[in-house]
Structures are given as structure tokens and as C-alpha cells.
Design a protein around this ligand. Structure first.
Ligand code: SAH
Length: 448
């Protein structure tokens, strides 16, 4: 098989800002070569046996030289792999993507480019700054601030004369020189300037000023790379166009401790509200294998007239087994189905079954109250659920009719990874932790 390299733009930081084609490349890659500006969340989309190679650099400290990176891409593709070179923003905007392409071209390795949203445009947008605006900026200019010799490398006079928006990338360490040279060459010292640090991520931080005072302000706020420097009147539109920082949970770090299979919804909701959602799973779901009691209950399901699911896992395991045994949803056609909680009901819905009731209160007490009025002595209730579930429901319902509880899974303490993740929380100024059950709390405490 012939190898190929995809130079993929990951977008400016928010993982949602990658392209569909970029995600497709990540999903099918054998090898991903990535650096620090590409969101780590994107790497989670890779297939199981995909090899990860970190070649990140920070401004002064090169982990791998560009020629080493070129060679890695070449060798991995030569070995027949689908290689993704994942880069922050767009691969061709100060990403050295062109050099990588040339190196591969000279060695007969096929490659494709998947453009990305550059931080120079997308990062500004999340900072509430449109890069052009009718009447304010009719052009924009993206310039590297990584200057060896500022006088040779930049025509300051020409730059100062431009009336479009000027965006410097890699410029924070030269901010003083940049602003000084622009003023010296005739740019109005009151021109608005914004520095956007970690744009489009929950760490996004902005300092606003003018050419004459932005250096002092950025110094005071201790602004570091990666940052964008935006110079021009469009910066003032931020007052009305900023949306990202106005989200209710913007800037909050929130730790979610549930098992990975139960996290999807809550993580997405938190991100939507602007939070930095940090997943530290403390529990794992372990299905009880060769469950003869469950098999028997499914085969003789007509014996029951109620099935109650208290969790998504309980529902999923039950239906999985029902299908494995060769049945389908019709098997439980004559049985009333109850779900504790709307997400459990939704999971059951995926199997083609609309639940008959959801208690108003999403917990054992609510369920028992609701069922008290429905059940009579002749009824037979099946409850497939967690091994370590609260005994309350079964105890109470057994006072009314026959109840058969079948333990189908247990929640166990999550593994090693979480230890390291809890450790990394120490780097944050503050954070909230969400515990969704007594077990998540107990396990978190044990791991920590
Ligand atoms: N190819 C990238 C740019 C790579 S150069 C792109 O198209 O965006 C690296 C520089 O990009 C950083 O020093 C910084 O100036 C800028 N940058 C990239 N991502 C950024 C982010 N999320 N926030 C602020 N600046 C960012």
C-alpha cells in the first residue's frame, strides 16, 4: 500500500472549528503528527491503533526541528501509512506546511492539504473583532512578529501607512518593538489594539489598549504566547460583537467525574455554556457476563407485566442481550416500560420503544410514589440494574407485588489515567467538581 500525507488545519483551538474533511482524515489516519496548538480533543477521534507523534514547539524551545519533522512525515508515509500532519489554524499560514509539502514532493510522496480556519481570522471573531468592517477596514494584513532583525524584515513605513486591519502572529515577545516602530513611522498612537491570548479556548483572555499603551498593559496582565495582536479600528467593535466571553460559564473550569459512557451530553452542554469541561472519569461500567438470570428473564419475559429501567446502562445491557438472543423489540410488546429519568427514556426510545411512564422525580422515591398508585398485588415487575444500586426501590415495591431485580452490571473505580488528570488540576486557579452519585465522590476521593 502506498502512503500519503495530509496536511490538516485543526482550526484555532475550539475543536468544533475543524473542517469535516479534517475530522475524516483524523478518523482514518494510521499516524498523527501534531503539535501544541491543535486541540487534544481532536486526537480522541483517532482510530484505536493510530500512532501519535508529538512534535510540538514552544517559542524558544524546539522539541523537533523542521527538518526532523519533514523526515518523520516522509518515513511514516514511505512505510505505507496514512499520515496526518495536524497543525493549529491553517497549515499554510505561518505553519510551514509549504516546506513539508515540498519535501514530500521531492521524494515522490503524495500529499493533500486540508485548509483550516486560521487564528488570524477565527481567533479575532471569538474575541468579538471582525477582521474587516464596512467603513472601518477594507483590507487586512497578517504578519509574522517573529523577527530576527526587525529593520531588515519589515517595511515599517509601508506598514504604518496601511489603513486596513493588521494582525501579528507570534508577536507578543516583540510587542514593544512593533508598537514603537509603527508609531515612529506615522501610525496614530491612539489606534486601538487588542491582544488575544489562547483565542477560541476557555482560556481566552483579551487585553485592549492603544498603540501607545498596549505594551505596558500586556506586561501588567502577563500575556504570553500564543497570542494574536490586532491593530485597527475594528478592535472597538468588540464592545458589541463579543459573544464568546459573555457565555454564562465562560472561564470556569468544571470537572466531570462520571464514567465516559455517560458523559457525552453533560460535556457538550457545559461547552455550549462556555465552560472548560474537564473529564476525569472515576467510574467504569462493568457488565456482568454469562448472566443466566438475565437470559432466563428475557426468554420468559411474558411472565412480567412491568419492566423498569433505572439507568441508561441498565437499558443498553438489557436490549443488547435481547437482540443477541435473537429477539427484537416486539418481544416486550405487551409489557409496560418505565424509565427513571428522561435520558434513560431516550436511550430506550432508540430501541423503538416509547416508555409508558417517567416518574416526575428522577430518583427511587419518585418512582416508588408513582408506581404505588399503578401496581396491584397480581403485578410482576422486572428491574434489570446495577449491582451496587440502592436497595430502596426493590424493598418498597416488594411490599406491593412480586419484584425481580436482576443485576446486570456494576460500577467500578476507573483506572490509572485519572490519577494523572487529578494531579494536573493543580495548575488551575480554581475549579468546580460535579459529583453525580455517591460512588463518583467516593472514587474521586480514593484516586486523589
Ligand atoms: N497556522 C496557524 C499559525 C501558526 S503560527 C494559524 O493559521 O493560526 C503560531 C502563532 O499563531 C502563535 O504564536 C499565535 O500568534 C497564533 N495563534 C495560533 N493559535 C492561536 C490561539 N488559539 N490564540 C492566539 N493566538 C494563536
Amino acid at each position: 500500500m502506498k502512503g500519503i500525507v495530509y496536511l490538516v488545519g485543526a482550526g484555532p483551538g475550539d475543536p468544533g472549528l475543524i473542517t469535516l474533511k479534517g475530522i475524516q482524515c483524523i478518523k482514518t489516519a494510521d499516524v498523527i503528527v501534531y503539535d501544541r496548538l491543535a486541540s487534544p480533543v481532536l486526537l480522541e477521534e483517532r482510530k484505536n491503533n493510530c500512532k501519535l507523534i508529538y512534535v510540538g514547539k514552544s517559542p524558544k524551545h524546539h522539541t523537533k526541528t523542521q527538518s526532523e519533522i519533514n523526515e518523520i512525515l516522509f518515513q511514516e508515509a514511505k512505510a505505507g501509512n496514512r499520515v496526518v500532519r495536524l497543525k493549529g489554524g491553517d497549515p499554510y499560514v505561518f505553519g510551514r506546511g509549504g516546506e513539508e509539502g515540498e519535501y514530500l514532493y521531492n521524494r515522490n510522496i503524495p500529499f493533500e492539504v486540508v485548509p483550516g480556519i486560521t487564528s488570524a481570522i477565527g481567533g479575532l471573531a471569538y474575541g468579538g473583532i471582525p477582521i474587516t468592517h464596512r467603513g472601518l477596514a477594507r483590507s487586512f494584513h497578517v504578519i509574522t512578529g517573529h523577527l530576527k532583525d526587525e529593520y531588515e524584515e519589515i517595511n515599517w513605513e509601508a506598514l504604518a501607512a496601511l489603513d486596513g486591519t493588521i494582525v501579528f502572529l507570534m508577536g507578543v515577545s516583540n510587542l514593544e518593538k512593533i508598537s514603537r516602530n509603527l508609531i515612529k513611522n506615522g501610525k496614530d498612537e491612539n489606534t486601538p489594539v487588542a491582544i488575544i491570548n489562547w483565542a477560541t479556548t476557555p482560556r481566552q483572555k483579551i487585553v485592549k489598549g492603544t498603540l501607545s499603551n498596549i505594551y505596558e498593559k500586556a506586561l501588567k496582565e502577563n500575556i504570553k504566547p500564543p497570542s494574536l495582536i490586532v491593530i485597527g479600528d475594528v478592535v472597538d467593535l468588540r464592545d458589541s460583537l463579543s459573544f464568546y466571553e459573555k457565555k454564562p460559564l465562560f472561564g470556569r473550569n468544571i470537572v466531570i467525574t462520571r464514567g465516559t459512557t455517560q458523559q457525552g451530553d453533560i460535556i457538550n452542554k457545559l461547552i455550549e455554556l462556555g465552560a472548560n469541561a474537564i473529564s476525569i472519569p472515576t467510574i467504569e461500567i462493568k457488565e456482568i457476563k454469562s448472566n443466566i438470570r438475565l437470559d432466563k428473564a428475557i426468554i420468559d419475559i411474558d411472565k412480567y407485566n412491568y419492566i423498569i429501567f433505572t439507568s441508561i446502562n441498565g437499558a443498553n445491557i438489557f436490549f443488547k442481550r435481547l437482540f443477541e438472543l435473537g429477539y427484537d423489540a416486539r418481544k416486550i410488546a405487551d409489557i409496560k416500560v418505565g424509565a427513571v429519568g428522561s435520558s434513560t427514556a431516550k436511550a430506550i426510545g432508540e430501541y423503538g420503544i416509547n416508555v409508558d411512564f417517567i416518574p416526575k422525580e428522577y430518583r427511587g422515591e419518585g418512582l416508588v410514589n408513582e408506581l404505588k398508585s399503578k401496581l396491584s398485588k397480581e403485578d410482576k415487575v422486572l428491574i434489570p440494574r446495577a449491582k451496587n444500586g440502592r436497595p430502596y426501590i426493590v424493598e418498597e415495591l416488594s411490599k406491593i407485588c412480586m419484584v425481580e431485580e436482576i443485576k446486570t452490571y456494576e460500577t467500578v473505580k476507573a483506572t490509572e489515567d485519572s490519577e494523572y488528570m487529578i494531579e494536573s488540576l493543580k495548575e488551575l486557579d480554581s475549579y468546580y467538581i460535579l459529583f453525580s452519585s455517591p460512588t463518583t465522590f467516593i472514587n474521586f476521593k480514593k484516586i486523589a
